[in-house]
Ligand binder design. Structure first.
Ligand code: ZN
Length: 197
């Protein structure tokens, strides 16, 4: 399986692309997906999006993605479904393009859920709230996609609506245990000036 990513124009968030030659691809979060696909140089169809949480900088590419692939599925939890329906909750109303996504594209997943990606490859779902109630961490093989629940070298932000310090600390310790011996892929570019853990 190939993995590529792009640094997005909004808040340096990252969008990841998981692919197999000749197979449909999957995204983890959805920012500048057109640039990411162009970067891979392959003409792939995006089958679904694993959403680490429903904040603007991780979802702003969804409307154009759904226009391109109307059957694309977006995996999130119940809190994510609520936030995607509300430009206030998903913070898009503070940007130029308020985003409301509802309906059949959304698939609700939760702790222990497994999402088949490719033959023999699935994503395992872990609820890791604290930054936001919609925060999910996905394990695909030995890769862990943590969104904003864990960004090496950064403190988890818990000051936005829905943030919870106690839950964030609990999620962080779970993630650190899971991260042992695994590759970690966070929701933002790492600050190059800071040491990372
Ligand atoms: Zn973020």
């Amino acid at each position: 399986m190939t993995l590529s990513w792009v640094e997005n124009r909004v808040f340096s968030s990252r969008t990841y692309l998981l692919g197999l030659p000749g197979e449909a691809a999957w995204l983890v979060d959805c920012g500048c997906w057109e640039r990411l696909l162009a970067q891979t140089g392959r003409d792939v169809a995006v089958q679904g999006v694993l959403l680490t949480h429903a904040h603007y900088d991780h979802i702003y590419g969804l409307p154009t993605l759904l226009a391109r692939w109307p059957d694309c599925r977006i995996f999130t939890n119940i809190a994510g479904v609520a936030a995607l329906a509300s430009p206030k909750s998903n913070m898009s109303r503070y940007h130029e393009d308020p985003i409301t996504i509802t309906g059949e594209n959304l698939v609700v997943v939760g702790e222990g859920g497994r999402i088949p990606l490719f033959p023999g490859v699935e994503a395992e779902v872990f609820e890791t709230p604290g930054h936001h109630p919609s925060c999910l961490t996905f394990r695909v093989g030995e890769r862990l996609f943590t969104g904003d629940a864990f960004i090496p070298g950064e403190k988890v932000v818990t000051t936005l609506p829905g943030g919870d310090k106690v839950l964030a600390a609990d999620s962080l310790s779970r993630i650190l245990k899971m991260a042992e011996g695994r590759e970690l892929y966070p929701g933002h570019e790492l600050r190059k000036t800071k040491s990372t853990i």
